[in-house]
Design a protein around this ligand. Structure first.
Ligand code: NAG
Ligand code: NAG
Ligand code: NAG
Ligand code: NAG
Length: 761
C-alpha cells in the first residue's frame, strides 16, 4: 500500500498566499433563498469621478428600487488583477488592492450587496485605466512578449492584441508564465474579498470568473504549447500521465500509438511529434471534431482551474460562478454549453435575448446539470419593450436563478456611465422600468430554488416504463435498454428525426412547496456523416417546455456527451396532460435519444443510502479526509477542504478490482445511483473515478446481479454528481465494482475514489 501522494501537493503553500480566514460556506443549492439583481457598474472607471460614486449608487437605488427580503438590488464590478489593479515592476506587478478596496468600501457605504467579476481573461484590459491614468496593461504586454504565451493562428500569427476583449493568451496548462501570474494575482484579489466578506457576510453575493472565455475564431489555437498538451492528453502521458498533475484527466480512451490515432482519424502522421491540428475545421469530419473537442477541453480546464484557485483562496465554490457565452458558434469559438458549467462551483453565462424563451434554452440545461445555483452575469435584453424584459426576468426567476447582472448597451455611451440603466431615452430606460417593477413585485417572494438533478425527488412518471402505452409517430421509435447506447448509461427512448412520442399523463397534485420537474438528458445516437444538428423539444398540451428547443450538434455524439435538462411542470400538477417528445433536424444525422426521461416530485426526494453503512474492498488516506463512511455522509458541497470521500489503495496499473457497497438496511425498490467524483484537487477536474465498472444489487449480500454495466467512462469534473439510471429493481445491498481504475493527479498510481454514493428509488 502506498500513501496518497496528493496530500503532499495540498500542503505546499502557494506563493504570495496569506492566511485569510475562509468565510462560512453557504450552500448555494438548498438554503439560499435570495435572488440578487446586481447591475454591472464599474464605478469610477466610467466618466465620473470617485467622489460621485456614492451619488450614482444612490440614484440607482431611487430609480430601480431596493427590492426587499428575498429579491435584492446590489451591483457588480470587476477586479482587474492583471491590468489596472497591479503594483509596478518593483514588486513584479503583484496585485494592488487600492481600487478593489474602494469598491468594497462603497458596498458598505451604499449598503448594497456586491458580486465581483474576476476580469482577468480576454477582457483583462477593458476599461481599465491605471492609477496614473494610463492603460494598465503593462503586465499583459510583458507576458505576451515571452515565448509561446499567446493564442496563435495556423500560420503562427498571434491573435493577442490590446483591443478590449482580445487578450488571447493560450489556455494550455503548459503556459506557466501566464498561469503563474494569473493564479498569484487572482488569489491575492480573492483574499482581499474574503477578508472583507468575513466582516460583511450579508453584502457578499459571490464572484464570477473571467468573462467569456472562448477561442478567438476557428483558426485558433495553434500555439505550440497547446499542441504539445493535446498530444499528452491524447496519449495520457506527460502532465496527463502517471505522476503528472492531471493524471486521470486525459482522454478516454487514450490512443496507444500514432497508428491507432491515424486509423481512427483518417490521418497519416509519421509520429506523435509530427501531429498538428487540421489547418481548418470541417464540422462533422472526424479529425476536425477531435480537434474541436480539444479546444473545448482547453476552455473547460481553464474555467475549472480558475474556480479551484479562487476556492483555494477562500471563496466557497457554491459562490464561484462561471461566466461564459455559450453556443454562439460551437466551431468558431468552441463555446459549447458545457463550458458554462465546467466551473464546478456554480455556473453562469452572458446572455443576449429578444424573448424570454431565448433565455429558457440556456437556463433549463444549466439546471439539468445540477447547476441550479446559476446566474446571468451580463444580461442584455436586446429589446425596447419593457414587458418583454420583465418577462425575461420572470423566466429566469421561475427557473431558480440566483444572480442577475443587468447590462444595457446605450447608444450614447460617451456621455453616460458605460452600463447605465437609466437616464437616457434609449434601451436602458425600458430595461430599468422592468427591473424597477420586478424588484418591487418579487421583493417578498423567496427564490424559486430548484432541486438538483441528483436528488430531484420521487419519480412519479417514468416515460421509459410508460413507453408501451405511448402513441408514437415517425420512424423507429423504440426503447434502448440501459447501457446500450454507445456505452453511455441511460435508459433511453430512441427516435429518429421526425419522431413524435406522445404520452397522456395524469400528473399528481402537489402541496405546499412541492414541485414537479421533468428531467431528462438528450443525446445523438449515431454519428456517421457530416454536420447536422437536432433540436429536442417537449410540449405539454402543445406548449413548448424548452423555449425554442434544445439544440445539439453532432459533436455531442462524437464525444459521447449528453445534455441534461430540467424544466418545472408544477403549473400542470393535478391535471391530465399530453406530453409530446419531438425531434427535428437533418434526417440523415438526427438519430436521437432521450435519456431516462421522468417527472420527479421534489421536496420528498430521499437518498436511501444516506447515513447507511458502507463496506469497501480496501481503504487509504484515513485521517487525511478519506473514510468509507464519508461516502454516505451526504456532504457533496464541493468544498475544497474537509471530508473528501473514500479512496481505495493504489494499484500499479489501471487494471484492478475495487468496490464500495452500501447496505440500505432493508430491501428497497431502486432505480438510480448517483456517484460523485472527488472534489478536492486543487487544480483541474476529477480523477480516481472508475473507468470500467458495474452497479450491482443483492438481496442477501452474497449473490449479486448487474443493474448496469459501464465501460470507458470519461473523467468527470471534480465533485460532479453523475446520475446512473436503470430499470427498477429490488435490492438491500447496492455496490459499485470497478475493474478498470482512474489515475490520480500528482500520483503515479491508479485508485478507485468517490466523493459520495447515493441511491434513489
Ligand atoms: C499605467 O499606464 C501607463 C501608460 O499605459 C504606463 O506607462 C504605466 O507604467 C502604468 N502604471 C502601472 C502601475 O501599470
Ligand atoms: C495569421 O495572423 C497573421 C498576423 O495577424 C496574418 O498575417 C495571417 O494572415 C494569419 N493567417 C491565417 C491563416 O489566418
Ligand atoms: C516554445 O515553443 C517551441 C516550439 O514548440 C519550443 O521549442 C520551446 O521550448 C517553447 N518555449 C517555451 C518557453 O515554452
Ligand atoms: C447552435 C450551433 O452552433 N449550431 C451549429 C451546428 O453545426 C452547424 C455546422 O454543421 C452550424 O451551422 C450550426 O450553427
Amino acid at each position: 500500500m502506498r500513501l496518497l501522494g496528493s496530500f503532499a501537493l495540498l500542503a505546499v503553500p502557494l506563493f504570495g498566499k496569506t492566511s485569510a480566514t475562509p468565510i462560512a460556506p453557504r450552500s448555494g443549492t438548498s438554503t439560499e433563498s435570495i435572488t440578487y439583481i446586481t447591475p454591472i457598474w464599474e464605478g469610477a472607471l466610467a466618466s465620473h469621478t470617485r467622489s460621485d460614486d456614492l451619488a450614482v449608487l444612490s440614484t440607482m437605488k431611487t430609480l430601480l428600487g431596493l427590492g426587499g427580503t428575498y429579491t435584492k438590488l446590489g451591483w457588480s464590478f470587476s477586479s482587474w488583477a492583471l491590468s489596472r489593479d497591479i503594483h509596478g515592476p518593483d514588486s513584479d506587478y503583484s496585485f494592488d488592492p487600492t481600487n478593489l478596496n474602494h469598491m468594497l468600501d462603497l458596498a458598505v457605504s451604499s449598503d448594497l450587496p456586491i458580486l465581483v467579476h474576476m476580469n482577468n481573461g480576454r477582457w483583462a484590459d477593458c476599461c481599465t485605466p491605471n492609477s496614473s491614468g494610463g492603460w494598465g496593461d503593462v503586465l499583459l504586454d510583458i507576458i505576451a512578449a515571452q515565448p509561446n504565451t499567446t493564442v496563435l493562428n495556423s500560420s503562427g500569427g498571434s491573435l493577442f492584441s490590446h483591443n478590449g476583449g482580445n487578450n488571447y493568451f493560450t489556455l494550455s496548462r503548459l503556459n506557466t508564465v501566464y498561469r503563474n501570474y494569473k493564479k498569484r494575482n487572482i488569489q491575492a484579489s480573492t483574499e482581499a474579498i474574503v477578508e472583507w466578506a468575513a466582516a460583511h457576510p450579508s453584502l457578499f453575493v459571490g464572484v464570477s470568473l473571467d468573462s467569456e472565455t472562448i477561442m478567438p475564431n476557428n483558426g485558433a489555437d495553434y500555439n505550440p504549447l497547446a499542441t504539445e498538451e493535446w498530444r499528452q492528453w491524447l496519449q495520457n502521458i506527460g502532465i496527463y500521465g502517471p505522476g503528472g498533475a492531471y493524471f486521470g484527466q486525459g482522454r478516454t480512451p487514450a490512443f496507444s500509438g500514432i497508428e491507432s490515432f491515424n486509423s481512427a482519424m483518417g490521418t497519416t502522421f509519421a509520429s506523435w511529434n509530427a501531429l498538428q491540428p487540421p489547418p481548418s475545421i470541417t464540422p462533422g469530419q472526424t479529425f476536425s471534431e477531435e480537434w474541436n473537442r480539444w479546444r473545448v477541453t482547453l476552455i473547460n480546464h481553464a474555467v475549472a482551474d480558475e474556480t479551484f484557485w479562487i476556492a483555494e483562496a477562500g471563496v466557497p465554490r457554491a459562490l464561484v460562478y462561471g461566466h461564459q457565452t455559450p453556443r454562439l458558434d460551437d466551431y468558431g469559438f468552441a463555446d459549447a454549453l458545457e463550458t458554462a458549467t465546467a466551473a464546478n462551483g456554480a455556473s453562469g453565462v452572458t446572455y443576449y435575448a429578444w424573448t424570454p424563451s431565448d433565455i429558457g434554452q440556456v437556463d433549463n440545461p444549466l439546471r439539468g446539470t445540477g447547476k441550479n445555483n446559476f446566474g446571468v452575469f451580463e444580461l442584455n435584453p436586446l429589446t425596447t419593450d419593457a414587458t418583454r424584459s420583465y418577462n425575461t426576468l420572470l423566466t429566469l426567476v421561475n427557473d431558480g436563478i440566483k444572480v442577475i447582472c443587468p447590462n444595457s448597451w446605450e447608444s450614447d455611451q460617451a456621455t453616460k456611465d458605460q452600463y447605465a440603466l437609466f437616464g437616457s431615452p434609449n434601451w436602458g430606460d425600458t430595461f430599468g422600468l422592468a427591473l424597477n417593477k420586478f424588484l418591487a413585485d418579487r421583493a417578498e417572494i423567496p427564490r424559486n430554488i430548484q432541486p438538483p438533478p441528483w436528488n430531484p425527488g420521487n419519480r412519479v412518471v417514468d416515460f421509459y416504463d410508460a413507453f408501451p402505452a405511448a402513441t408514437s409517430s415517425g420512424p423507429d421509435n423504440h426503447l434502448e435498454p440501459a447501457g446500450s447506447v454507445g456505452g453511455v448509461i441511460r435508459k433511453s427512448v430512441y427516435s429518429a428525426v421526425g419522431g413524435v412520442i406522445s404520452y397522456s399523463v395524469a400528473l399528481p397534485a402537489v402541496s405546499g412547496t412541492q414541485r414537479l420537474n421533468l428531467w431528462t438528458s438528450v443525446g445523438i445516437r449515431d454519428g456517421a456523416g457530416n454536420g447536422g444538428e437536432s433540436t429536442f423539444q417537449v410540449t405539454i398540451n402543445g406548449q413548448n417546455l424548452f423555449g425554442t428547443g434544445l439544440r445539439l450538434n453532432k459533436s455531442f455524439w462524437v464525444w459521447k456527451h449528453w445534455l441534461p435538462a430540467m424544466v418545472d411542470v408544477t403549473p400542470w400538477a393535478g391535471s391530465t396532460v399530453t406530453f409530446a417528445f419531438t425531434t427535428t433536424g437533418e434526417n440523415y444525422y438526427g438519430w436521437t435519444t432521450w435519456g431516462a426521461p421522468a417527472i420527479y416530485a421534489s421536496a420528498t426526494g430521499n437518498d436511501l443510502a444516506a447515513g447507511k453503512s458502507v463496506s469497501v474492498s480496501s481503504s487509504d488516506g484515513a485521517g487525511a479526509g478519506w473514510d468509507s463512511g464519508f461516502l454516505t455522509d451526504g456532504n457533496v458541497d464541493g468544498d475544497v477542504r474537509g471530508r473528501i470521500g473514500w479512496s481505495s489503495v493504489s494499484h500499479a496499473s489501471a487494471t484492478g478490482s475495487e468496490y464500495a457497497s452500501v447496505d440500505l438496511g432493508s430491501e428497497r425498490s431502486i432505480g438510480r445511483v448517483v456517484l460523485f467524483a472527488r472534489s478536492d484537487l486543487v487544480e483541474g477536474t476529477g480523477s480516481g473515478f472508475p473507468v470500467d465498472f458495474k452497479i450491482q444489487g443483492s438481496g442477501d449480500g452474497a449473490a449479486w446481479r448487474d443493474l448496469l454495466v459501464q465501460t470507458g467512462f470519461p473523467a468527470p469534473l471534480a465533485g460532479e454528481g453523475l446520475v446512473f439510471a436503470f430499470p427498477s429493481a429490488n435490492a438491500r445491498w447496492v455496490r459499485v465494482v470497478a475493474s478498470k481504475l482512474g489515475g490520480v493527479g500528482g500520483e503515479n498510481w491508479y485508485r478507485m475514489q468517490l466523493g459520495d454514493f447515493q441511491v434513489y428509488a
